[in-house]
Design a protein around this ligand. Sequence first.
Ligand code: ADP
Length: 453
Amino acid sequence: MHVRAILLPLLLPSAVVAVLVATLDSPGGALAAALVTLAGSLMALGVSRGAVQRQLDTLTRHTRGRAEGALTAPASNPDQLEEVASLEGAIDSLHTRLSTQNARLLQESRTLTAVLDGMAEGIWVTDAEGTVVSHNDALRDILQPGAGSLIGERPLALLRNDVLSDAVMRACGEGASTRLELELEGLFPRTLSIRVTPLGRDLPGSAAVFHDITELRRLEKVRKDFVANVSHELRTPITAIRGYAETLQGGALNDAVMAPKMVEIIHRQSERLSELVEDLLELSRLESREVRLALTSVSLADAVARAADTVRPKAEGKDQRISLHVPTELRALGDSRAVEQVLLNLLDNAVKYTPPGGRVDVYGACEDGRCVVRVRDTGLGIEPKHLSRIFERFYRVDKGRSRDMGGTGLGLSIVKHLLQAMDGEVKVESQPNVGSTFTIFLPLPVPAKAATG
Ligand code: ADP
């Protein structure tokens, strides 16, 4: 009877403490031992119920406070029973351990979020019903740039694609992984490669990784088009050479009138073939940055004069006048061979696409801290819709005319690449049937260092 009267009120607050501790996490062995010891010892000591009750109340209050985030430790009490103090110590060490674990988990979660947000690939995680429960920044940029969170959305609502939606449901239901490619239409069409996987045996739901492969597919198309273009360009002269050679072999060699003409065509076509191969090699060297440019101070008047001398016979044959207006002191920072090649390509085009009797003028100046050279002709001009494309490889306004004139369709592309390699650029203005002006910009030479003393 006496024992029960003491035990009951003693165990009740201890049970309260145990429950409180359980709210923090699973109590350790030390805590369980402390509780048992406390109950037994207090019984043995026969301490007054009121004193124990008060100390346990205080401990309960402090423990609850700490569970709710209070930072301060309770003030020490000299009258505190040893067993209560031991219980408090166990709670203390449990609290410290949980706080450390908590801090580590928080740090890990922050690191993971930073890694996911730093990735170029978009990632989402869904619950077992296929609803997005988390995603990284890249996914929003890929699917809905500028939009808010995508959490709570369904795949079908986000991408309007049954195949993706089915893949997510299969990953959630059957644990199946799927790889698929999606074309997104709209203002900026994109191609996405998506891998959908189940989260794992113990975790319901799925994850999907989105790769934006638009640029990859574009480059693949450029490469395929390039190979097709090169093959086509090579085939034309080869077909002509073979055709005329076979005709000569078949007896035309003895035709005193036709034979020289055919040999002349074979010669012209073989020259065209070698020009094409030269241009292709030059372009490939430029694109793979194999060309080493030696940047020095280049006299633009000299470079323009040399390029003009090369095309003058052709211009004279067409009764065209080439006039140069480049100040002798105008110098640019560039590679002399590359600058001359740029000017030669532009002057050659000007002569090529200007009808007989026309004019070609070259102006040089220093404008806004840059060297500027303008090649102006009174030729056929270019329609506005072609202007942005004429610097592309093999792009021609009039394929037939360009080929007839011996063009490879690579000249302006080489001009653009050479100028880029020298920190320069090229622009074009043109009016059909009036003429075109190609303007190149190059940096000024670095001024010689002033003598120090
Ligand atoms: P191509 O070898 O055909 O001349 P380019 O790359 O040098 O190749 O030029 C691309 C196209 O730009 C040409 O086919 C032509 O249609 C157009 N073009 C270039 N320069 C001129 C110009 N001065 N006047 C008119 N059209 C030009």
